[in-house]
Design a protein around this ligand. Structure first.
Ligand code: ATP
Ligand code: MG
Length: 340
């Protein structure tokens, strides 16, 4: 495992982003343009409703791709078409450069899939359910007990799934998707309904799978989770892709300025007065006892020195980049339609 990546995982930090992953062996050996999943012109209508409308996107090898969109945007329909569970009206899906319809069994064996609505045989135990799926995937000896342990179900391996809580079923779904170390993981809202502890477990498993070389395509409504995990995101609305890039690039394309959050000793009015005439300042706010300055990138030093000059002692400061929430809201609200 690459050192930088291992350090990130150990510290629970985000994986280095596109610029910095160049040093990671996983990406360094990637043939330029090689995709794990390539969707082009994919369309599907239900009774005249265009659920997916000429959608094109690409998940590069070794990346985690967050698939976002409001309810009903067409995410699940897209995922079902990728897996051959729903026939498209048009378009093409390539997995590892191959058409699913040409080699369905071989390709599906390399995909780990967790559906939006996870379902298992209630009268079988967790282990028996996984053994069943392992046979379906043509695998005999799997380290299934270790896998169940890794998602926190160690004490429930011999318990019937019918007695599981909703969250436990969800965790079993994650384990099922991870079986056999798939090259491509497709997860439709993998942490829905999980408490923060189990959410962390799932995110860690996804990061580990990715660090071992798996590409990941996952949908989620939990934007902080997507921002933490995803190298790139695609934002879907009414079946079409509004944008696809890193969160940072989407933020700068929308001209969302970084925020400087400053904790200080002094009067808020004096702090505001000190900054009011400074060039490049867009907004000055006070939140939770902190001074929040929205300004052009590169104004940080002058903001801090103006405050000190005015006799305001800066105790601490940090920069907040564009959040995925801001990006998502700007793209998916009607006011942002003109950005397209
Ligand atoms: N089998 C179906 N028959 C008719 N309409 C369908 C069918 N499946 C999906 N749709 C419609 O297609 C649209 C897209 O649905 P889809 O489930 O793909 O959205 P989604 O982005 O996954 O939403 P969510 O975030 O709520 O899961 C919705 O309007 C939905 O009602
Ligand atoms: Mg869905």
């Amino acid at each position: 495992m690459p050192c930088a990546l291992q350090t990130c995982l150990n510290k629970g930090l985000r994986k280095p982003r596109c610029q910095s992953v160049i040093s990671s062996p996983i990406v360094a050996f990637r043939v330029p343009g090689e995709s794990s999943l390539e969707i082009s012109g994919l369309s599907k209508s239900f009774d005249g409703l265009k659920a997916v409308d000429s959608l094109s996107l690409e998940v590069r090898k070794g990346e985690i791709y967050g698939f976002l969109g409001p309810n009903g945007a067409g995410k699940t329909t897209t995922i079902k078409m990728v897996l051959g569970l729903t026939y498209p009206d048009g378009g093409r899906v390539l997995i590892d450069g191959k058409d699913l319809s040409q080699e369905p069994h071989e390709i599906k064996r390399r995909i780990g899939f967790m559906p939006e609505r996870v379902a298992f045989y209630n009268n079988l135990t967790a282990l028996q359910n996984l053994e069943f799926y392992a046979r379906l995937k043509g695998r005999r000896e799997e380290a299934l007990l270790d896998l169940l342990d890794s998602v926190g179900l160690k004490d429930s391996v011999h318990q019937k799934v019918g007695t599981f809580s909703k969250g436990m079923v969800q965790l079993l779904g994650v384990a099922q998707a991870m079986m056999g170390h798939p090259a491509l993981l497709i997860l439709d809202e993998p942490t829905i309904g999980l408490d923060p502890n189990w959410t962390r477990v799932v995110k860690d498993r996804v990061k580990e799978a990715n660090a071992s070389g798996a590409s990941v395509f996952f949908s989620s409504h939990i934007l902080s989770e997507v921002q933490e995990l995803a190298d790139r995101v695609g934002i879907l609305n009414k079946g079409g892709l509004l944008a696809q890039d890193t969160v940072e690039n989407l933020g700068s394309r929308l001209d969302i300025k970084p925020r400087l959050r400053i904790s200080f000793d002094g009067k808020p009015a004096a702090a505001e007065q000190a900054l009011r005439s400074l060039d490049g300042i867009e907004a000055i706010e006070f939140r939770e006892g902190e001074l929040v300055v929205v300004s052009e990138p590169g104004t940080r030093t002058s903001v801090l020195s103006e405050l000190e000059k005015a006799g305001i002692h800066v105790r601490d400061f940090r920069t907040e980049e564009a959040s995925l929430e801001e990006v998502f809201l700007r793209y998916t609200t009607s006011a942002a339609e003109s950005i397209r």
